[in-house]
Design a binder for this molecule. Structure first.
Ligand SMILES: [Zn+2]
Ligand SMILES: [Zn+2]
Length: 335
């Protein structure tokens, strides 16, 4: 999810948490949620949060650009997709396959192959592992397999379904000219919807029956990498990408649907890279990692949602990274 870039430069510990030994690096703690949902609403903080998320180079603005380019140059005409046909269906699958390979591949090459940033701003000091718990006994190959085979399939499945639904009048379409305010507001609203949907789906996946059979595939990854983002069991992909079905009810533009799917797929790639930000000349220039979700990979029964909506706070599963939060989570396990 888009996350405001902290103005601080590189430090290995911010000196306010006492959990230095557990992390190679962590952002300022305690981490916060979207202030829009605070009460009374912190209007100034909310404006700063959205300004720093959407009026700068961020994963959100990068995905808007990619969605616009994909819609303009690499998508079929809506009128031509009333019937399923391998030419346009295959085109969407190929575009998504190449996009995931390029974006996650570039991040993997920069941070994990060339190690340009060493372990600066890396949450955990270890890189990827070749443990027996992974398919092919290799984390990278395991992640590549689940992400590129099943992940791209379900991502494309939902996109094809939505294009077909648009072509056959099952989706109410808007244009920028007809609904310019909603056209813009829909973009950050998609992230709030994703946070709600992901929280619900994710809590279900942590029920013992589903965790062992389905979600454990994703949780093999403790030290994560870009391809870990959508390295999931096919059933999890089916649930996870179903978030986009909201466009069957809410009027939007095809760009919103493509953007929504990028937020789910490429957003997870960014979020699992495991580095808090891209450093250029020792300054943070692009927020990448999602420490909120990294805490979930470390402690499991906390932070099921994202910072865009405080479901975890409301339901007592929020881990803000502090020792106090750790104590509360441990106490709730003993109940
Ligand atoms: Zn994850
Ligand atoms: Zn989980």
């Amino acid at each position: 999810m888009p996350r405001p870039l902290s103005p601080s430069t590189i430090t290995s510990d911010n000196g306010n948490s006492g959990i230095k030994s557990e992390w190679n690096y962590h952002p300022p703690i305690p981490i916060d949620n979207n202030p829009l949902f605070s009460w009374p609403i912190r209007w100034k903080d909310t404006l700063i949060y959205y300004r720093d998320s959407w009026l700068v180079v961020s994963e959100g603005t990068i995905f808007i650009l990619l969605a616009a380019l994909s819609w303009r140059f690499f998508s079929p005409e809506i009128e031509s997709v009333q019937k399923f046909d391998w030419s346009w269906v295959g085109g969407i699958w190929l575009r998504n396959f190449l996009l995931l390979l390029s974006v996650a591949g570039a991040l993997h090459y920069y941070f994990f192959v060339r190690k340009h940033q060493k372990t600066d701003l890396k949450y955990v000091s270890s890189f990827m592992s070749n443990s027996n718990r992974f398919l092919f006994k290799n984390q990278l190959w395991d992640n590549l397999f689940h992400a590129l085979v099943s992940g791209v399939f379900f991502w494309s499945f939902y996109e094809v379904l939505m294009f077909w639904a648009m072509a056959n009048g099952h989706v109410q379409l808007i244009t920028f000219q007809s609904h310019s305010v909603w056209f813009i507001l829909a973009l950050p609203t998609i992230y709030i919807w994703i946070a709600f949907h992901f929280y619900c789906v994710h809590r279900l996946l942590h029920i013992k029956f589903l965790y062992g059979r389905v979600h454990a595939v994703h949780h093999r990854n403790i030290a994560t990498g870009p391809f870990s983002g959508i390295s999931m069991h096919p059933f999890e992909h089916l649930f996870y990408f179903s978030s986009v079905l909201i466009h069957l009810i809410v009027p939007t533009h095809p760009v919103h649907i493509i953007f929504h799917l990028y937020a789910l797929s490429l957003g997870a790639v960014f979020g699992h890279t495991g580095f808090d930000a891209l450093l250029v000349k020792n300054k943070k220039r692009l927020a990448i990692g999602h420490f909120h979700h990294q805490l979930h990979h470390r402690y499991f029964d906390c932070n099921y949602g994202s910072v865009d909506m405080p479901w975890d706070k409301w339901f007592g599963t929020f881990h803000d990274g502090s020792r106090d939060a750790m104590k509360q989570i441990r106490a709730s396990r003993k109940l």
